[in-house]
Design a binder for this molecule. Structure first.
Ligand code: PRP
Ligand code: URA
Length: 206
């Protein structure tokens, strides 16, 4: 399995709060925002930079800026829970939206919305809290590639081994980053131990 799991103490403690069934939607939203910032800080290590001249109060020196554009693409709706946190760290990023909803009977994803920034060479971070069967991530990335985007990575909170394996098989070029790699999927396609339905917990639609 090709996946990077960030085992940082702050992520572990915040993930515990997110897993807790007694955490309210308000607290869940706040913590997921904090986790998104920490994850983005790590994921951003792969973003290319270029040298630029900068004048300090004392002298001329060499500084850096991000080379090219960065896109952040939340998979609706739960991916929106990540958006503010990602943009705190990458305020200049452009935002694309892709609407996918998992049919709870077939577990197959269904696309209902697609709107992307224009730059096809942008470094694109696809974000969704959950990588379960992998269907939603795979279909979203299929669509992005079909529209010409190339430099893609996928960032989530919790991944299931089943989804990682499928995503690796279908999109071996897409790096996966997460805060936790969990044990397995249950018979309803939920990640165990997981944190339940991320969208419902973010938006209070339980
Ligand atoms: C959840 C989650 C992922 C998907 C993961 O979304 O946010 O998009 O399920 O499952 P998969 O890997 O098996 O495809 P859901 O379809 O529940 O929609 P929501 O974001 O509107 O709650
Ligand atoms: N989608 C979720 O929100 N949670 C899971 O555990 C699986 C899919």
């Amino acid at each position: 399995m090709q996946i990077t799991v960030f085992n940082h103490p702050l992520l572990k403690t915040k993930m515990t709060m997110l897993r807790d069934v007694n955490t309210s939607p308000a607290k869940f939203r706040r913590i997921i925002g904090e986790v998104a910032m920490l994850l983005t800080y790590e994921v951003a290590k792969d973003i290319p930079v270029e040298e630029i001249p900068v004048t300090t109060p004392l002298t001329e020196t060499t500084g850096y800026q991000i080379k090219g554009t960065v896109n952040v693409v939340p998979i609706l709706r739960a991916g929106l829970g990540f958006l503010d946190g990602v943009l705190q760290v990458l305020p200049e990023a452009n935002v694309g939206h892709i609407g996918m909803s998992r049919n709870e009977e077939t577990l197959e994803p269904e696309e209902y919305y697609y709107k992307m920034p224009r730059d096809l060479n942008a470094y694109t971070i696809v974000v969704d809290p959950m990588l379960a069967t992998g269907g939603s991530a795979i279909d979203a990335i299929n669509q992005l590639k079909k529209h010409g985007l190339k430099n893609l990575c996928f960032m989530c909170l919790v991944a299931a081994p089943e989804g990682v394996k499928r995503l690796n098989e279908v999109h071996p070029d897409v790096q996966i980053f997460c805060a936790a790699l969990d044990d397995h999927l249950n018979e309803h396609g939920y990640i165990v131990p997981g944190l339940g339905d991320a969208g419902d917990r973010i938006f209070g639609t339980l």
